[in-house]
Design a protein around this ligand. Structure first.
Ligand code: ADP
Ligand code: MG
Length: 685
């Protein structure tokens, strides 16, 4: 007597839907022996498909017990059942159930992708086997066709090939000829006969008595119960095939090798790509939503960068970034070295020491000004101060250009030459409007000025005139002074001590901290006797920055909303996809897909779609940001210089966010797909 492949003992099955129950099977006892060919016959609605679902491990009995290879089904978990379906069972359904996006060959290979540890050797074997099956059943010319290019009979034969790929012990066919013409039916039935002859156990469901007549045993079902069992013909062939393989194969724990995972990922990507391509416009539109969301984040980040840059360039100029350090005698302001309480830092040794000490953090320069002087040109007189400039760079840092003339040369700086660059507002007062020399080109360059305060400072030659300097942030006198080399003042005024300094912090150094450090240092130098203060014109800019930050946060929030809307679109599409593919999911599960496989398919699809959207958004965002930056540099006069905007945070986050959206918004649809009941799925329209 052959061993039982599958055995049912007083099995019942009850459908529960929306609180209603329907008992589709009652007290069914059936024993399928290895190598048998059994037909299950009965009128429509009698419970044949329900029984086949039980036999195919797609559903569990509601009552009674059932065993497969003598192993009680109750003791097996879902993933073990899936593995059994994959390795030991083959299914053929009435309506072919090929995955429409996969070619014939890919369809046949489908079950192999659910094999846990599939190395490349195995997959080559599977491929060979698939091709051999196609050849055997005369389908080899169809390998690369898509299902919709096949006739019904061809589809069904392909479905049988697929069922045979994994060398099943038991082949279950639910009305395999139900949708075929008689010629195709004959071909399909001949295939089943062949398989049986080779030792495969075959169970076929049919309502056609002629089909049933081929079987060795006919089980008739009526109203969910076995009405009659008819033995006909010979008993199952003995030893035609090593029928029941070692049970160990099926019940051993799933090996979770990396190879298997790799295979799963590749297969998921393939399926996802095909599926997205099938619904091209839908995928594009849904992806567009996320694309806009991610793009808006990237653009917001890029605009933030542009705003920051422009802000720094427009407002945070070197003259604004400077701090001024002074000796806080009595909190009264004073200029220059004319004060009594503190003699200042000696220009030759103490000051250079201070400058050197902080040279890594910023440039410290003396801020040297005379008291008000009498300045005479041949045609006018002006009362103004002379302001010392230490080096050519200090002129550059004034953030303005010469209206005419030139800066002092390095030699003039070091020699202390009597050359002067006029502040923009001094010209009008120094030179009479009627002065005929005004007609000369680059007037008043070359004019000589006599400067007198208490004692005569000497005669200075005008070498240039500045454009108007911005005095919004401090230094209100900037346009009303004559700029002369520092050394000139030192030599003539003899203030060999500096008591007032300007500090330009290096890139990345905080002005306030540096000023604090310097005042503390100076105070310590005096043994704590003296107090120093600092004036930081840029303080107000911090408030503006705070304000900009608030605006950016608000805009970022709106961008986040866009992203969320895009993500919901993805989720919506994936839910629709799952609903559309219910049958396919059932099919995959019948072929042995674990819940994880199904989850991976759906997740991969949403991640892939999001990733594409993300990549596109990143590229578009980069271009858009730089176009915008270009626009800014062309239209805002003070920002002439084009600056590349990278917004690296936005770009990298764009990709990460797209992946996260794929995972996040795909999670629910994927979980829903994974939890679907395979038998219910196969029943879905
Ligand atoms: P057959 O394949 O013999 O035509 P089925 O096994 O498909 O019959 O169905 C058996 C009975 O169970 C039918 O009367 C059908 O209405 C009922 N049935 C099938 N699926 C469900 C379900 N999901 N919920 C409730 N009743 C169901
Ligand atoms: Mg049916």
């Amino acid at each position: 007597m052959n061993e039982a492949v599958i055995e049912l003992n007083s099995v019942g099955f009850t459908y529960v839907a929306k609180g209603l129950t329907f008992t589709a099977l009652k007290d069914v006892s059936l024993r399928i022996r290895a190598g048998e060919f059994v037909a299950i016959i009965g009128p429509s609605g009698s419970g044949k498909s329900t029984l086949l679902n039980l036999l195919g491990l797609l559903a569990r009995p509601s009552t009674g017990t059932m065993s497969i290879f003598s192993e009680p089904v109750e003791s097996l978990n879902d993933s073990q059942l899936a593995k059994l379906r994959n390795q030991a069972l083959g299914f053929v359904f009435q309506n072919f159930s090929l995955v429409s996006r996969l070619t014939v060959l890919e369809n046949i290979l489908l079950p192999s992708t659910f094999e846990g540890d599939l190395d490349s050797q195995r997959s080559i074997e599977h491929r060979k086997k698939a091709l051999a099956l196609l050849t055997r059943f005369g389908l080899d010319s169809l390998a690369d066709r898509l299902p919709h290019e096949l006739s019904g009979g061809q589809k069904q034969r392909v479905a049988i090939c697929r069922a045979l790929l994994m060398n099943p012990v038991l082949l279950l066919a639910d009305e395999p000829t139900g949708a075929l013409d008689s010629k195709s039916s004959q071909e399909v039935l001949a295939m089943l006969d062949d398989l049986h002859r080779e030792g495969c156990t075959v169970i076929i469901i049919t309502h056609d008595p002629d089909v049933a007549a081929r079987a060795q045993r006919i089980v008739s079902i009526r109203d969910g119960q076995i009405a009659q069992v008819e033995e006909q013909g010979a008993l199952p062939r003995e030893g035609a095939k090593e029928i029941v393989p070692t049970k160990r194969n099926f019940f051993s724990e799933e090996e979770k090798g990396w190879k298997g995972k790799q295979r799963l990922i590749v297969q998921s990507l393939l399926m996802a790509r095909r599926s997205l391509a099938t619904h091209r416009s839908r995928s594009l539109l849904t992806g567009l939503g996320l694309f806009i969301g991610i793009l808006s984040l990237i653009i917001i980040d890029g605009l933030g960068e542009i705003v920051q840059n422009s802000f720094n360039k427009l407002f945070f100029t070197s003259s604004v970034r400077k701090a001024f350090i002074y000796y806080d005698a009595d909190r009264g302001g004073f200029h220059g070295a004319r004060h009594s309480a503190w003699r200042g830092l000696h220009a030759q040794d103490e000051f250079p020491k201070l400058a050197q000490m902080f040279e890594k953090k910023g440039i410290i320069r003396p801020f040297l000004r005379t008291s008000i002087c009498q300045i005479k040109s041949p045609t006018g007189t002006l009362r103004a101060r002379l302001s010392g400039v230490s080096d050519p760079a200090e002129f550059i840092e004034m953030d303005t250009l010469l209206r005419t003339g030139r800066w002092p040369s390095a030699g003039e700086f070091s020699a202390g030459s009597t050359v002067a660059v006029l502040g923009s507002d001094t010209v009008e007062q120094l030179f009479d409007k009627a002065d005929p020399r005004r007609m000369e080109a680059n007037f008043p360059v070359g004019q000589r000025l006599v400067v007198d305060n208490c004692n005569t400072l000497g005669t200075f030659t005008v070498i240039g005139v500045l454009n108007k300097r911005d005095t919004t942030f401090g230094n209100r006198e900037a346009n009303d002074v004559l700029y002369v080399p520092n050394n000139t003042l030192l030599a003539r005024m003899g203030p060999t001590f500096y008591s007032w300094f300007s500090v330009l912090p290096n890139e990345g150094i905080d002005t306030r901290n540096l000023a604090q450090e310097i005042t503390t240092y100076l105070s310590l130098q005096s043994g704590g006797r003296l107090t120093f203060g600092s004036a930081i014109p840029a303080d107000i800019l911090d408030r503006v920055r705070g304000f900009l930050w608030i605006i950016q946060a608000i805009v970022g929030f709106i961008g986040g909303l866009c992203l969320f809307v895009g993500g919901v679109g993805i989720m919506n599409m994936m839910l629709v996809t799952v609903a559309e593919r219910t049958r396919e999911i059932g099919l995959l599960k019948s072929l042995g897909a674990q819940n994880n496989h199904v989850r991976a398919y759906i997740l991969t699809e949403s991640v892939l779609l999001c990733f594409w959207a993300g990549c596109l958004a990143v590229c578009t965002g980069f271009v858009a940001n730089n176009l915008f930056s270009f626009g800014v540099s062309s239209f805002v006069p003070m920002l002439r210089e084009f600056r590349w905007v990278f917004a690296p945070l936005g770009l990298s986050a764009g990709l990460l966010v797209s992946l996260a959206c794929g995972l996040g918004f795909g999670a629910l649809p994927a979980a829903r797909a994974a939890s679907l009941d395979p038998a219910e799925c196969l029943r879905a329209e």
